[in-house]
Design a protein around this ligand. Structure first.
Ligand code: FMN
Length: 158
């Protein structure tokens, strides 16, 4: 049986709810990707080109620091990676997370929440940062997606 992990970043709690539901349904270990410096509401203002999130998302090399490490990433075969869609793709802190570990030989499955945008090119972006991993294109879920739907979707990798 595959050993399964769910890691997520959530700035305002929506992805957190989906990630918790997913982990519970598939009995996976759960890890929150927490920024070393938490995002304030001013940081998250996408209408301000100078806000922290705008500045980070405009710089593809931006790698916001993460507060803590996964104890034993080597133990897992399948890693679900959850995040809010920011500017049609994964937030830069997800790029930090992907570069922080060796995912070779693992399957990485992105999932996201958003105001409506699909997950877009996030899977391809994560793939570029995870040499030797099989990275799926992933899926965007509505905030209130039932656990049964998440479980049915995830079953293909278990
Ligand atoms: C900086 C920023 C950029 C965003 N860009 C998009 C976007 O391109 N498309 C979209 O549908 N929603 C966008 N959103 C909305 C979030 O994806 C949505 O509210 C998400 O569910 C929040 O998840 P969270 O509570 O886990 O952080 C953006 C939100 C922020 C803060």
């Amino acid at each position: 049986m595959s050993k399964v992990f769910v890691a997520y970043f959530s700035a305002s709690g929506v992805t957190k709810t989906v990630a918790e539901k997913l982990a519970q349904e598939i009995k996976a270990d759960l890890f929150e990707i927490q920024p070393e410096t938490p995002y304030t509401s001013a940081d998250l203002n996408w209408q301000n080109a100078k806000s922290r999130s705008s500045v980070e998302m405009n710089d593809r090399s931006s790698r916001p620091a993460i507060r803590s490490r996964v104890a034993d990433m080597g133990a897992y075969d399948v890693v679900f990676v959850g995040f809010p869609v920011w500017w049609y793709r994964e937030p830069s802190i997800i790029d930090t997370f992907m570069e922080d570990y060796d995912f070779s030989g693992k399957t990485v499955v992105p999932f996201a929440t958003s105001g409506g945008s699909p997950i877009g090119s996030s899977g391809k972006n994560l793939e570029a940062l995870a040499p030797g991993a099989k990275v799926e294109s992933g899926k965007r879920f509505a905030a209130n997606t039932p656990g049964s739907e998440l479980a049915a979707w995830a079953a293909q990798w278990l």
